[in-house]
Design a protein around this ligand. Structure first.
Ligand SMILES: C[S@@+](CC[C@H](N)C(=O)[O-])C[C@H]1O[C@@H](n2cnc3c(N)ncnc32)[C@H](O)[C@@H]1O
Length: 224
């Protein structure tokens, strides 16, 4: 509760009253999302409360959920090619995997380095499968830098999961994958505190900037 109050105070300072009110609405919408579906996505978790086997913990951000309302709006308006494979880097409790259930991606993959959060995400996916039918959605418990590319991943979502060294490492590995399996790639970056990594890389082009309830989303294309 104290964390929530602190977040509201910070938001008032950063976003102003109108956007903070909208954000409170979106947060309530998220609690309703969990209540309606019987899932567990809303409650933030600090990394030091979790079991993590990674050398990159110090670069990681704590768990906080994206807003289902924003995600649905974003994926409804921004059309990715048919047969796209979406990867949520630092997928936490799986909100992105659940909120995009209806968008018929060829595959949706979450990568999360905390064992506990992965377990919760898997449980949330099972709940959705029972209610809405199976979808090709999976969550992998691993450091994002250890992810083995299949060669078809083309849409990456990041809600500020980690710092610049990990983003740079991930992009280097992605580039190797693109060399082997050439393809166009999109990055959706929510709350882009490390946008400099993308802006300074000439391979990336900023194609869209969206602000929803005072939260910024940047969409970059990696061209081939
Ligand atoms: C701000 S949360 C975002 C959760 C989810 N993507 C969403 O939008 O609802 C960031 C998540 O990234 C995870 N994370 C941080 N560093 C990571 C890494 N190197 N590899 C995998 N997951 C990581 C954290 O455990 C946390 O769950």
């Amino acid at each position: 509760m104290q964390r929530r109050i602190k977040q509201i105070q910070e938001s008032l300072h950063r976003r102003g009253l109108v956007n903070t009110s909208k954000l409170i609405f979106a947060t309530l919408y998220d609690y309703l999302f969990d209540f309606r579906h019987g899932t567990d996505t809303c409650q933030p978790v600090e990394l030091d409360e979790l079991t993590i086997n990674s050398a990159n913990t110090t670069h990681g951000s704590p768990y906080e959920s994206s807003k289902a309302h924003d995600l649905k709006k974003l994926f409804r308006h921004f059309h990715f090619p048919k047969d796209s494979v979406l990867v949520d880097l630092g997928s936490g409790k799986g909100k992105v995997l659940l909120a995009t259930w209806e968008f018929k991606f060829k595959k949706v993959i979450g990568i999360e380095f905390s064992e506990e959060l992965t377990k919760i995400a898997k449980r949330n996916i099972e709940i959705f499968e029972k209610k809405k039918g199976k979808r090709p959605v999976e969550v992998i418990c691993a450091d994002a830098l250890k992810y083995n590319f299949n060669g078809d991943e083309n849409v990456f979502f990041m809600f500020n999961p980690f710092g610049a060294p990990v983003i740079e490492g991930f992009i280097a590995r992605l580039q190797e994958s693109i060399e082997k399996s050439p393809r166009k790639v999109w990055f959706i970056y929510r709350n882009p505190t490390q946008r400099n990594v993308f802006d300074k890389n000439p391979k990336f082009k900023l194609v869209k900037k969206i602000t929803s309830m005072g939260t910024e989303y940047l969409i970059y294309i990696y061209g081939i």
